[in-house]
Unconditional design. Structure first.
Length: 81
């Protein structure tokens, strides 16, 4: 996988730095604020997805293979479908 959660963290901090750039005029600040809103929306979805995956793995770790058929996203490779 190309992107990691650490990459998301880097993007969020880069956006924070752009928002704090004191050389920006009002129009550029507004543009950066809109960009930040879009980044936050995508970041929130990525974090929710990672949280769901963590919960699924936790269930599998705590309860063994009896739940594995219900967690179809765990244990499958691309070749398996």
């Amino acid at each position: 996988m190309k992107n990691k959660l650490t990459d998301l963290n880097d993007h969020l901090f880069m956006q924070l730095e752009r928002l704090g750039d004191e050389s920006l005029d009002a129009d550029k600040i507004e543009l950066e604020a809109k960009r930040a809103d879009a980044i936050v929306e995508v970041a929130d979805q990525i974090i929710r997805n990672a949280d769901l995956q963590l919960k699924a793995v936790t269930i599998l770790a705590n309860h063994g293979d009896r739940f594995k058929p219900m967690l179809t996203m765990i244990g499958k490779t691309d070749a398996e479908g």
